[in-house]
Design a protein around this ligand. Structure first.
Ligand SMILES: Cc1ncc(C[n+]2csc(CCOP(=O)(O)OP(=O)(O)O)c2C)c(N)n1
Length: 396
């Protein structure tokens, strides 16, 4: 009789201990920095339209991140996070999905949302918390969400999206839908208890979820070697019974190919997957951080030379699908579109304050009614202490 607690019941007669070197998980790499393929490597499923859409999203995100970080410095928005250096990871993996597969993001995956079609106006309305923000101005900048684009609203409480992803995938399986969930997280978030609960339950219940770790080297100022002592995050997937792969996260073809195969495993076989993408956060953690206090420039330069955007651009040029002139025109196009959207969004009023009290309860409970009345009388008493639009109650 087989012992169901183990997958393979090998017996030895001398003690033998295992460590990270016993299970060597390689890194999939397809595209070189110069835009040629590694010998023996083959392309993912990709045509000219998809390749150019991915690259165009790269350019849009670079422009968005540069412009919005600058506007945070000018005091126009309160907070921002860039994904510079990690574009291949979130955009390449999203490109492998069906449009109605669910995405559960951490907070550094605006490229995934842009790939799905979130417009410059929608980005700006969220960042400026105006009355057109889909989240009704209730969240800090960068906490995007879109039910139309199947993108769960960002929650910056680390790790919460992981059990949500397992639960959502459980529901997809129960409803026999041909979809999966793609769940992004950082190697820092993988230290949360939620990570372990989510992977264990996904493995046991065999649900269609792809856990996608952006191992970008740092959790704010904590380098990965102070975060964990094992061989990265990938072996944990094996530990929880998930199909697991590690990829070069700056190589968009490696990311795309791995996620295309992962999606088949998840949707066709209900086999949960863990992908660990080795990448690097080239920018600061957020607009509140200064990385010069915990890492040096030469390390950053080493990674800058592995830029995922440059790598794909070189390949596109080899294919004769793109050239330098188109490149600079398109960069300018995105910059102009972002600035135009920003100017529009800045002028729109904040959502009415009464919106603070809606959408949770069908009938407002007494204590919230009290708080609402208190807010109204406070604003009537001190009308000049608040910007006119911020103090709008919604009944004027
Ligand atoms: C539960 C919880 N603990 C701590 C924080 C503070 N915090 C915000 S981001 C972050 C680092 C996360 O690093 P990682 O998951 O590697 O993602 P990265 O920022 O590198 O993309 C920390 C500690 C938080 N938001 N939530």
């Amino acid at each position: 009789m087989t012992d169901k607690r183990q997958t393979a019941a090998l017996i030895v007669h001398e003690p033998k201990f295992f460590d990270a070197t016993s299970l060597q998980i390689p890194t999939l790499r397809i595209l070189r920095e110069d835009g040629t393929l590694y010998p023996g490597a083959s392309l993912p499923e990709i045509d000219q339209t998809l390749a150019l859409k991915i690259y165009d999203t790269f350019l849009f995100i670079r422009a968005l991140d540069e412009r919005l970080l600058a506007s945070q410095r000018q005091g126009r928005i309160s907070f921002y996070m860039t994904e510079t250096g990690e574009e291949a990871a979130d955009i390449g993996s999203t490109a492998a999905l069906a449009d109605d597969d669910m995405i559960m993001a951490q907070y550094r995956e605006q490229g995934a949302l842009a790939f799905r079609g979130f417009t410059p106006d929608q980005f700006m309305n969220q960042l400026f918390s105006n009355e057109k923000d889909l989240g009704k101005g209730r969240q800090m900048p960068i906490h995007y969400g879109s039910s139309e684009l199947h993108y769960m609203t960002v929650s910056s409480t680390l790790g919460t999206q992981l059990p949500h992803a397992t639960g959502y995938a459980f529901a997809l399986k129960a409803q026999q839908k041909p979809n999966c969930v793609l769940c992004f997280f950082g190697e820092g978030a993988a230290s949360e208890g939620d990570f372990h609960a989510a992977l264990n339950m996904a493995g046991v219940f065999k649900v269609p979820v792809i856990f996608f770790c952006r191992n970008n080297g740092y959790a704010i100022s904590t380098p990965a070697h102070e975060q964990y002592a094992g061989d990265g995050i990938a072996p944990r997937g094996v530990g929880y019974g998930l199909k697991t792969i590690r990829v070069d996260g700056n190589d968009v073809f490696a990311v795309l190919k791995a996620t295309q195969e992962a999606r088949k495993l998840a949707v066709e076989q209900h086999q949960p997957v863990l992908i660990e993408a080795m990448t690097y956060r080239l920018g600061a953690h957020s607009s509140s951080d200064d990385p010069s206090g915990y890492r040096n420039k030469s390390e950053e330069d080493t990674w800058r030379a592995k830029c995922p955007v440059m790598r794909l651009k070189n390949w596109l040029i080899h294919q004769h699908w793109w050239d330098e002139e188109q490149d600079s025109q398109r960069k300018q196009f995105h910059r102009d579109a972002i600035v135009a959207a920003m100017k529009k969004a800045e002028k729109l009023p904040a959502p009415p304050l009464n919106d603070l009290f809606t959408d949770v309860y069908d009938t407002l409970p007494w204590h919230l009614k009290e708080q609402q009345a208190e807010l109204v009388s406070h604003l009537r008493k001190y009308p000049d202490a608040y910007p006119k639009s911020a103090g709008r109650l919604g009944d004027e």
